[in-house]
Design a protein around this ligand. Structure first.
Ligand SMILES: NC(=O)c1ccc[n+]([C@@H]2O[C@H](COP(=O)([O-])OP(=O)(O)OC[C@H]3O[C@@H](n4cnc5c(N)ncnc54)[C@H](OP(=O)(O)O)[C@@H]3O)[C@@H](O)[C@H]2O)c1
Length: 248
């Protein structure tokens, strides 16, 4: 099993790479600015029992996406996890003050960039008659967040892309799903004040926020042969099953 994980240099992508490694998979992660962090993740994947490599891929630079995909070669699974965050904090910028250029940049990277990436790996999956694609999305897509909306809009577009692809590629043995995270305790999010984390957790069914490892377990299932015939679905993680984001 060869899996390509974009944005594998930190957070959910890094945890997913290590979780795949523990299954003995060959894992290629991509990084954008974090080459050193990616090298550390490669070591962790190998310590977990997998084979690993890292390549640079910038969702904003579509040529870098096709170059990376060519370098990586055929893959059995793609985890489209990388994100250009842009301006997403609730109310940090009023909607009407978000310039058109920010909308263009967010959609160019997070929607068109992922379409280019899928287009690059799909022919190999079709030839093999097997493929698993997992888009990593957010509660910001379906629930919305107050404030600038380009991030959530781009994530919602990935849901449409997954649905279309599920129909388009299912006959070739390719299953396509979305893992929709809620607020997740990654390195980047952990510094959130405890009272905010508690308020977010209180609005979830399980009264706890997910960790990156929780998401990794879901993604590895969706993106492996263990997923036998589940496709076109938006799977909401426990952190995303309430309206926790609105507590921010
Ligand atoms: N953490 C949460 O609470 C949460 C909640 C809902 C959804 N999600 C989703 O989960 C996924 C992972 O989030 P995370 O919290 O693990 O993020 P993170 O720790 O900030 O990692 C983001 C990853 O994306 C890469 N990246 C950033 N800009 C990029 C670009 N222009 N082109 C290619 N790669 C780029 C980063 O690479 P470098 O560091 O190498 O630059 C990094 O590997 C994202 O899709 C995010 O929307 C996260």
């Amino acid at each position: 099993m060869h899996v390509l994980i974009t944005g594998g240099s930190s957070g959910i992508g890094a945890a997913t790479a290590v979780a795949y490694g523990a299954t003995g998979a060959r894992v290629t992660i991509t990084y954008n600015s974090g080459e050193d962090r990616a090298a550390q993740v490669v070591k962790r994947v190998e310590q977990a029992g997998g084979k690993a490599a890292a390549v640079r891929l910038d969702l904003e630079d579509h040529a870098s996406i096709t170059t990376a995909a060519e370098e990586v070669g055929p893959v059995d699974a793609l985890v489209a996890n990388a994100v250009r965050w842009g301006t997403i904090m609730p109310n940090s910028v009023p909607f009407e003050d978000v310039p058109a250029a920010e909308w263009t940049a967010a959609l160019h990277a997070n929607v068109v960039g992922n379409a280019v990436l899928v287009g690059a790996v799909l022919p190999g999956m079709r030839r093999n008659g097997f493929g698993r694609i997992v888009f990593v999305s957010s509660g910001a897509a379906e629930e919305g967040l107050p404030g600038p909306g380009a991030y959530g809009t781009a994530k919602m577009a990935l849901h449409g892309m997954a649905r279309a692809l599920a129909w388009e590629a299912g006959k070739d043995g390719i299953l396509v799903n979305v893992a929709a995270a809620g607020f997740t305790l990654t390195e980047r999010e952990r510094p959130v004040p405890q009272e905010v984390a508690d308020a977010l957790a209180a609005r979830t069914p399980t009264r706890r926020l997910s960790t990156a490892d929780d998401l990794a377990a879901l993604i590895v299932f969706l993106g492996s042969a263990a997923n036998r015939n589940l496709t076109g679905e938006i799977i909401r993680d426990g952190s995303n099953a309430g309206r926790s984001a609105h507590a921010l």
